[in-house]
Design a protein around this ligand. Structure first.
Ligand SMILES: N[C@@H](CCC(=O)N[C@@H](CS)C(=O)NCC(=O)O)C(=O)O
Length: 223
C-alpha cells in the first residue's frame, strides 16, 4: 500500500495510526501541503479533492477520507478492532470520531485558513483566535461527552484504543499547538496520554515522521 501523507496533516496521522495498529506495511509518500503540492496535477490525479490522506491499495484502488479509510482497514485487515463489537458502542465511537473529524477539523484546514487570510483578510492574530476557539470548543464538547460516562475506560471507549482515540490524539495535539492546556479537559488528557503511550500512536506522531522538518523532528515519544 502507498500512503500519501504530510507530517503535520492530522487526517494523515489518523491513517498512520490505524495502519500501525493493524500492523500493515506501507510506503509513505510525502505531499508537502506547505508548498501546495497537494494542489498540483500529480496529486490531483490521485485525489481530485486535493486533500490528504489518500491510501492506494496494491490493486491500484485509491481510498480517500480518513474515516472511510479507517473503516476499510478495520473491515479488510486483521489485527485489533478499531470499533467495538456492539452496535451502541460502535455508534458512540463513531460519534466521538465525527465530532472531531467532521465538525472541528474542517474549520481549521489549510484551505479554510487560506480563505480567512486571503479573502476575508484576517490578520495572524485573528486567524490564531479562530483556530484556538474551535480547538477549545471541541475539547470542551469531547470532555463533556467522556467525563462521567461509564463507557469511557482507559481509552475513549473501554479499555482498547478505537477510532475515537485515533481522532482524539490529533485533536489534542492541535489544541496544544494553539496554546490550550489539556488540564482543563482532564478525561481527554488521560485517555490521550494512554493512547500516545502505545507504540502505534507514538511512532506515527507528526513530529516523528521522515518528512518532519529536521529542526522539529524527534524520536517517537508518548506526548
Ligand atoms: N475529511 C478529510 C480531511 C482532509 C483534509 O482536509 N486534509 C488536510 C490535511 S489534514 C488537507 O489536505 N488540506 C489541504 C487544504 O486544506 O488545502 C479526511 O478526514 O481525510
Amino acid at each position: 500500500m502507498k500512503l500519501y501523507s504530510f507530517w503535520r496533516s492530522l487526517a494523515s496521522f489518523r491513517v498512520r495510526i490505524a495502519l500501525n495498529l493493524k500492523g500493515v506495511a506501507y510506503e509513505l509518500i510525502t505531499v508537502d501541503v506547505d508548498r501546495q503540492q497537494h494542489r498540483e496535477g500529480a496529486y490531483a490525479a490521485v485525489n481530485p479533492q486535493m486533500a490528504l490522506p489518500s491510501l492506494v491499495l496494491d490493486d491500484g484502488t485509491v481510498l480517500t477520507q480518513s474515516l472511510a479509510i479507517l473503516d476499510y482497514l478495520d473491515e479488510a485487515c486483521p489485527g485489533p478492532a478499531l470499533l467495538p463489537a456492539d452496535p451502541k458502542g460502535r455508534a458512540r465511537v463513531r460519534a466521538l470520531a465525527a465530532m472531531i473529524a467532521c465538525d472541528a477539523h474542517p474549520l481549521t484546514t489549510p484551505r479554510v485558513q487560506r480563505y480567512l487570510t486571503e479573502v476575508l483578510h484576517l490578520d495572524d492574530t485573528a486567524r490564531a483566535a479562530w483556530l484556538r476557539y474551535w480547538a477549545a470548543e471541541m475539547l470542551g464538547a469531547v470532555e463533556a461527552r467522556l467525563a462521567g460516562d461509564g463507557a469511557t475506560g482507559r481509552f475513549a471507549h473501554g479499555d482498547a484504543p478505537t477510532t475515537a482515540d485515533i481522532c482524539l490524539a490529533g485533536h489534542a495535539l492541535f489544541a496544544r499547538n494553539q496554546g490550550l492546556d489539556l488540564g482543563g479537559a482532564p478525561t481527554v488528557q488521560r485517555v490521550v496520554e494512554a493512547a500516545m503511550a502505545l507504540p502505534a500512536f507514538a511512532a506515527t506522531h507528526p513530529l516523528a515522521q521522515p518528512d518532519t522538518p529536521e529542526s522539529l523532528r524527534r524520536a517517537p515519544t508518548s506526548s
